[in-house]
Design a binder for this molecule. Structure first.
Ligand code: NAP
Length: 267
């Protein structure tokens, strides 16, 4: 079987490093180049942390990279600004993007979807590549049909800028699509300290914890008369996201549209 030729943008980042390691560990994958805005013209094994890897060229310019590398797939793990430019350019070059970078706008997603369909190639954008997190969301959606009292607690490292997390919002949306609408808590409840009951999304309350030492965690708590059900997922390190990146690389080769969210490629 022919190997899938892969370019990784953002190889020095926390996610990028894991992605380089994962791609090297899969027989069917070949890392043909990387995009790094600070090390144009070098080889990957000249960079700190990558000395064990082979002679993979480093480019800062994505167009030059895609013209020279013959890549099938671009994996982007950078920043919203560059992630969007990289994804759009890859689609224009007929290279299939797998994007973990978060923070794309609705308009950008629409534009990228149109472009992927015009080109008839796949593009997968997943704000959470942890398969367990996707299962947590799916299981919560099933439970919400039977338990309509639910609160969400998401816990992340203290460098995270947005709250609540995209995963918590997505979980609430998935629950809302099936649960009988309900405003959570007592109808006369009052916060004696503002924010005590957390954010309110469709009547569900979402609580955001930020502490050093954490990576990405979430629990969904359901309550009913005399019983409770807690569904919890923990990402203990960034390797937890790599099985989702691998699955997305394999899947993107066989679709002709943009897929947003790993939940849409897991049966
Ligand atoms: P990070 O450690 O800050 O890494 C980002 C990397 O991108 C840095 O090495 C940065 O280099 C590089 N970069 C910035 N602009 C670039 C450009 N134009 N070309 C090439 N490289 C560029 O962040 P991270 O934790 O790895 O996260 C990366 C992205 O993935 C973020 O958007 C984050 O929210 C997202 N994320 C997604 C998931 C998921 O499951 N989908 C999980 C965790 C994180 P410099 O530092 O030298 O500028």
């Amino acid at each position: 079987m022919e190997k899938i030729k892969i370019v990784i943008a953002g190889p020095r980042g926390r996610m990028g490093k894991e992605a380089v390691k994962m791609v090297h560990s899969i027989d069917n994958f070949e890392l043909v180049s990387v995009i790094d805005h600070k090390h144009d013209g070098k080889m990957l094994n000249e960079l700190v942390d990558f000395t064990q890897y082979g002679n993979t060229p480093v480019f800062s310019n994505i167009e030059e990279c895609l013209q020279k590398s013959g890549a099938d797939v671009l994996v982007d793990l950078t920043t919203p600004e560059f992630g969007y430019i990289h994804t759009k350019t890859a689609l224009q070059y007929g290279v299939r993007p797998v994007v973990g970078t978060t923070g794309f706008t609705e308009d950008q997603l629409k534009e990228l979807k149109t472009l992927a369909e015009e080109k008839d190639i796949g593009c997968i954008i997943a704000p959470n590549f942890a398969i367990g997190a996707v299962l947590m969301m799916k299981f919560s959606q099933i439970a919400a049909k039977y338990f309509n009292n639910v609160e969400i607690i998401e816990l992340h490292h203290d460098q995270k800028l947005d709250a609540p997390s995209g995963t918590a919002i997505k979980t609430a949306e998935m629950i809302s699509s099936v649960r009988e609408k309900k405003e959570q808590g007592h109808s006369n409840e009052k916060e004696t300290i503002t924010g005590a009951r957390g954010a309110n999304k469709d009547g569900m309350h979402i609580h955001s914890v930020r502490l050093p030492g954490l990576i990405a965690h979430q629990q969904v708590l359901f309550g009913a008369d005399g019983q409770g059900l807690t569904i919890r997922h923990d990402s203990y390190n960034r390797a937890s996201f790599m099985s989702g990146v691998k699955l997305s690389i394999e899947t993107v080769m066989n679709v002709g549209t943009l897929i947003y969210g790993l939940e849409n490629i897991i049966d």
